[in-house]
Design a protein around this ligand. Structure first.
Ligand SMILES: *Cc1c(COP(=O)(O)O)cnc(C)c1O
Length: 355
């Protein structure tokens, strides 16, 4: 652990807390008083800082703007009614950020420095963590290339930052997803497993076309045959077919979600049969036709669990069972909410309390 005294801290003189309307938060538009940053220069990480939240100033030829060496993470801090607060499995986000960094030819961040800087930032801004039942403080760590050079090559300098944003429930209603049979999110050998900015840029046009057809999200299929299900938007996907929980197996085209891992672990703990394997869209259709498709949901930090109410493929639409009747996804949602509010046992030690 690095000493917190090693973090250079400048506190804001004008907190925006009092003028923030916590009952009406538009997702991702309100930011807390402070931000963390650390620069990579001369081949090493420099002194970490926590500063008042503010704009950045950068060169028009900063490498990130041109060639997109940019990665991010998404995690949350939770608080209960008694004021206890903490993070859910932050070690996994830190590990994944470093995997993304390696793939994008960026420097890794020492785990202890990352954790210390993150913890200190959350402690300083803990009053920004809303305590409502489905509320939280969304945490966005990110890193980008800062070389002032427009040649195509890996940058030598980088900036790592963390900003935070109070949020209420993300998806209030179940989602309609469209099977994507033309566009591709990620191909073998590519960057799909990394939270790399460009992956999301490439998904926006196809997502917009789906929105126009009345869908909330895409259900991506494999790049080669567009036959097998991969994931959805910024969520991994799961199905309950005839009592068995099935989800696409991990590969370099699928983001290794913390929520995904946690759902699989809990389902196994509860004695459910779990399968990580290839799932053809046709298998889902057959299961639905046979009345055996019991649940379908997306899972990710933003929404935790998002019930899928309908799956569209070309001109066909499968309407799925009433979300209220779904056993596993509702049980998981309740368990995670209880866990994050320190109301239930935490046998796996997933919550890291900071209060
Ligand atoms: C972040 C993300 C997920 C979900 O990961 P969590 O760690 O559960 O938040 C799933 N798919 C994609 C493409 C993502 O970017």
């Amino acid at each position: 652990m690095i000493e917190t005294q090693l973090i250079e801290t400048v506190r804001t003189k004008q907190s925006r807390l009092a003028q923030t309307d916590f009952d009406n938060l538009a997702f991702g538009r309100t930011f807390s008083d402070h931000m963390a940053l650390m620069d990579y220069r001369d081949g090493k990480w420099q002194k970490p800082k926590i500063l008042p939240y503010q704009n950045l100033s950068m060169s028009p030829c900063a490498s990130v703007i041109h060639y997109g060496q940019s990665i991010f993470e998404g995690m949350k801090a939770y608080k209960n009614e008694e004021g206890r607060f903490g993070l859910f499995r932050p070690d996994r986000n830190i590990e994944r950020m470093n995997k993304s960094a390696v793939r994008m030819c960026m420097p890794e961040i020492p785990t202890d420095v990352f954790m210390e800087l993150l913890s200190e930032l959350i402690r300083i801004d803990h009053e920004w963590i809303p305590a409502g039942e489905l509320s939280s403080l969304y945490i966005r760590p990110f890193m980008f290339a800062t070389d002032e050079y427009i040649g195509v090559k890996a940058s030598e300098d980088y900036r790592f930052m963390i900003i935070t944003s109070p949020v209420n429930a993300y998806y209030s209603k179940p989602v309609r997803v469209k099977v994507e049979r033309h566009y591709t999110r990620a191909a073998r050998g590519g960057t799909g497993f990394a939270k790399a900015a460009g992956n999301y840029a490439g998904s926006m046009h196809p997502a917009k076309l789906a929105n126009r057809d009345g869908y909330d999200q895409l259900l991506w299929t494999d790049a080669k045959e567009h036959k097998y299900i991969e994931e959805s938007g910024t969520m991994n996907v799961m199905f309950v077919i005839d009592g068995v929980l099935v989800t696409p197996e991990l590969s370099d085209t699928i983001l290794d979600g913390v929520t995904r891992r946690s759902v699989l672990r809990m389902a196994k703990d509860w004695g459910m049969k779990v399968e990580e394997r290839r799932i053809a869209v046709d298998e889902i259709k057959a299961a639905h036709a046979a009345g055996k498709l019991e649940e379908a949901f997306g899972c990710g930090t933003a929404a935790t669990i998002a019930h899928i109410e309908a799956i569209g493929d070309g001109s066909e639409t499968m309407e799925l069972p009433d979300p209220k009747e779904r056993e596993l996804s509702n049980k998981i949602m309740k368990y995670f909410t209880d866990l994050k509010k320190f109301r239930t046992l935490d046998p796996h030690g997933w919550m890291v309390e900071l209060s």
